[in-house]
Design a protein. Structure first.
Lengths: 597, 255
């Protein structure tokens, strides 16, 4: 290996959202000197910042006014009163929300650490909305029995991301901003570094590290209608898979019930948490037919399915009958402007519809990736279903699957998961480095291999990568969306095979070295066609319906056959090799139950 | 005879510049179909996908929260992700998109923000812990939080910075974005660094006294914030700092 362009760090974290930045902050705090974070966009542009409605923790700062029932108005809990919420309740809600596929040991950590990490955010200067007595304000969210989503108006992710980024700056974390990770170096089950491109000048570098962490985010860009940022192309997930790391539960993709009609942009669940209604073309609150108890605040999988059923049965709104109305008018102008200012502006800007005076058209939108790179409860990446580890490789946040969300994530649990498991990964990394971890040699010249990959894209004469992607997104939405069955999934499988072939000769238009976003998009496209195959393979194999995975040909949940995690390993040209891993269930405390809301 | 009407086309005029090959910036026109839901960002992306992949711009979240896509549209700085194409056209059916002015161009609509982030770092954007006791969380009043909302909503897009006439002349000026961040921290009852922060922003001719209250930062802000007012508040506080520092001490003792 040539020594030019080689960069070395003790710790190299890929991705600068909540998970990656927390890990960097903690590693520094624990005495690791040399911590670097690489991100393809500036850290403050990370998609964690787009989360709107809240972050869950059983702080018990608010409760429904006595005698008004579970949907009544909220008041703060006076000092000294009985706590109105508990981690046990948060735990049960998360398990039920996951349709029992979440690992209960990991969920217990999530909900217990939640309380502490919220206070840590507050003590770091995070700006939260407040209760009348000055505590962190909380609101209702779907699938949670208590109002436990802590919030800052409807820009909660924004304030959390800025807060943790500031902490990283204070501690002297080194940032490689606008560097694009192209490859992961693993030899003999030991992670040795990554290959990355400096987007500014197109130079490609081998970056060695004693510990590598992926915090690269989700994979929602594989779908046509999505709430996800342009950046959420599942790069880390696809790259890890190609290098032999398994992917877990990839078939579980969350569709959020309230994406803006035709745009897919998120209208926060806080809209319903604050009391918004969903209406069909008859003006009916149709959720009473699907979740009579929880109504609009049922979990997302159930609400999205209900909306899709209304649409499929001809009760959608707008000219093409593909929308549903979100009605906030009864909340009143003052509450909307105070609690939901950002989403109101989104509706005005993109649809010209003002929620203060009219219902807003929405539709389900691909939102969150429950699956990803499997890890243990300390962010250490699993090499297989038996629990063996990939040495020196960590992951957390949406790219990872620990798994706390199982088959369906509850709203306000994602900011929490990224924070809690990012922080835990930080401690585990520090322990690994401080315990004497070494830089391991790298054979060959991985940077050169990736320069060849770029050269090929520059000299290819096939179609444009974007053309292939358009078809992929259409296929994933139509054939692997909210409702799935063997026929559509088999078609999707075949189609994706062809997209992968076509990508081999895809070309780019921009062949310059300076800030070449055309080249990045082509590399991302390659990642999208890679992991989409795994989503479809898992969905095709799983002959049951559970959480966000709804098979019209296998409607019931089947705990006897399918209470297990899917593990997908790359297997040359013949597609993923599927195996299964048991779910951690505490049968005494939280045995599987029927899931009704 | 069928009467098929073509969808109307808009001219998207973009200022292009790749310093590696172009001697100077130049304008290029692209024709794009106008549809009701198309945003300026959608139009740029469509041009990139279908007409010229080398057209270069930053983007990410698509809904005005990540701060990536600030540009100059028809002479005004703003984000392109939440601006409808059809409402941005002049009487010739044209929209002109340029990089944020006053920042060096890296390529086309992508600017070099090195100075911008350097100034942000200079104000120490993180909370400096104080002696204030926290019973789990610190207690804060609605009024205290409201004051912070005037700054924490900032997405660091750079629209105000680029619009500032002082920045155009003096890159050592801290700029409205960094001073707004300083304001957020000074106003935060939990922060222990009021004296240090006021020293930083008062520092010679580069801080709060360099602002000439031109107020171009106000219309430029896509989040409706008012950096000029925040700077003027900081000036007030700096002039009467003993009073404010004393009030802060008392506030923190009260917890």
């Amino acid at each position: 290996m040539t020594t030019e362009n080689i960069i070395q760090h003790d710790v190299l974290i890929v991705g600068a959202g909540l998970a990656g930045t927390w890990a960097a902050v903690i590693a520094k705090q624990e005495g690791v000197q040399d911590v670097a974070v690489l991100s393809k966009i500036h850290p403050l542009r990370s998609h964690s910042g787009a989360a709107q409605g809240g972050i869950a923790a059983s702080l018990a700062n608010v409760r429904p006014v006595a005698g008004t029932g579970p949907r009544g108005p909220l008041e703060h809990v006076p000092d000294g009163d009985e706590p109105s919420d508990s981690w046990q309740s948060h735990m049960f809600d998360t398990i039920k929300g996951s349709d029992w596929l979440g690992d209960q040991n990991a969920i217990e950590i999530l909900v217990k650490d939640a309380v502490d990490i919220l206070y840590e955010y507050e003590n770091m200067g995070c700006v939260f909305s407040r209760t009348a007595d000055g505590r962190i304000a909380q609101r209702r969210f779907g699938g949670h029995q208590s109002p436990r989503a802590c919030y800052a108006a409807d820009r909660t992710g924004h304030v959390l991301l800025h807060t943790i980024h500031e902490q990283a700056l204070m501690r002297g974390v080194k940032f490689y901003s606008e560097w694009y990770m192209m490859d992961l170096i693993i030899e003999d089950n030991i992670c040795r570094g990554v290959v990355a491109m400096n987007v500014l000048d197109g130079s490609i570098h081998t970056m060695r590290a004693k510990a590598v962490m992926f915090a690269t985010g989700g994979y929602g860009r594989a779908f046509k209608i999505t709430s996800n940022a342009f950046a959420n192309t599942g790069d880390g997930v696809a790259i890890a898979y190609r290098r032999g790391v398994p992917l877990m539960d990839m078939e579980f993709v969350q569709f959020h019930p309230t994406g803006l009609y035709r745009h897919g942009i998120l209208m926060s669940e806080a809209c319903r948490g604050e009391g918004g209604y969903l209406l069909n073309s008859n003006g009916d609150r149709f959720m009473e037919n699907y979740a009579a108890d929880k109504m609009e605040l049922a979990p997302r999988d159930l609400v999205s399915r209900s909306e899709q059923t209304e649409i499929n049965e001809g009760r959608g709104v707008m000219a093409d009958k593909q929308g549903i109305f979100l009605d906030l008018r009864h909340l009143g102008k003052e509450k909307i402007m105070k609690r939901l200012p950002e989403v109101r502006q989104i509706a005005v800007d993109f649809l010209g519809m003002d929620p203060i005076i009219e219902p807003v058209a929405i539709q389900p939108t691909a939102h969150y990736s429950m699956g990803g790179i499997p890890t243990d409860i300390n962010g250490r990446v699993l090499a297989d279903a038996d629990g063996n580890l990939v040495q020196g490789f960590f992951a957390a946040g949406e790219c990872a699957c620990v798994s706390v969300h199982g088959a369906n994530r509850l709203g306000s649990n994602s900011l929490l998961e990224a924070s809690v498991f990012g922080r835990r990964a930080g401690y585990a990394i520090a322990e690994f480095i401080n315990g004497g971890a070494q830089l391991h040699p790298v054979s060959g010249d991985p940077a050169q291999e990736n320069r060849a990959r770029v050269h090929k894209l520059f000299t290819n004469e096939g179609e444009l990568a974007e053309k292939v992607l358009e078809e992929l997104r259409e296929t994933m939405t139509e054939k692997c969306g909210i409702y799935r069955h063997e026929g559509t999934l088999s078609e999707a499988k075949e189609a994706i095979r062809q997209y992968q072939e076509r990508m081999k000769t895809a070309r780019v238009m921009d062949k310059s070295s300076r800030f070449n976003t055309d080249l990045l998009a082509a590399l991302e496209a390659d990642h999208l066609v890679t992991f989409s195959e795994v989503i479809v393979a898992g969905a095709l194999a799983r002959q049951e319906s559970r959480g966000a995975h709804s098979r019209t040909d296998f409607k019931p949940r089947d705990d006897e056959q399918w209470l297990k995690h899917t593990m997908a390993h790359i297997n040359g040209a013949s597609g993923p090799n599927l195996s299964y891993k048991s779910v951690f269930v505490d049968y005494d405390r939280y045995p599987p139950q029927k899931r009704a809301y | 005879m069928t009467n098929q009407t073509q969808p109307p086309k808009a001219i998207v005029r973009v200022e292009r510049f790749n310093p590696d090959v172009d001697e100077k910036p130049y304008f290029e026109d692209f024709a794009v179909e106008v549809t009701e839901e198309k945003t300026l960002l959608n139009a740029l992306q469509e041009i990139k996908n279908e007409q010229d992949g080398s057209l270069t711009f930053r983007k990410s979240c698509r809904h005005a929260i990540c701060g990536s896509c600030a540009m100059n549209i028809n002479g005004l700085n703003t984000l392109v992700c939440n601006k409808p194409l059809n409402k941005s056209l002049d009487k010739h059916g044209r929209v002109t998109i340029k990089a944020l002015s006053a920042l060096p161009v890296i390529k086309d609509l992508v600017v070099d923000r090195t100075d911008f982030w350097r100034q942000y770092m200079a104000v120490k954007p993180w909370l400096i812990p104080s002696e204030m006791q926290a019973d789990k969380e610190h207690r804060m009043s609605q009024e205290e939080v409201e004051a912070l909302h005037e700054a924490e909503t900032c997405i660091m897009c750079g629209s105000c910075y680029s619009a500032c006439p002082i920045i155009a002349l003096n890159k050592n000026y801290m700029g409205p974005h960094a001073l707004l961040k300083a304001y957020q921290r000074v106003m935060d009852p939990r922060d222990g660094g009021m004296a240090e922060r006021l020293d930083i922003v008062e520092n010679g001719r580069e801080g709060i006294y360099t602002c000439r209250t031109a107020t171009d930062c106000i219309p430029a802000c896509p989040k409706g914030l008012n950096p000029a007012r925040a700077i003027s508040t900081l000036r007030n506080m700096a002039l009467r700092r003993m009073e404010f520092e004393h009030a802060r001490e008392k506030r923190q003792e009260a917890g």
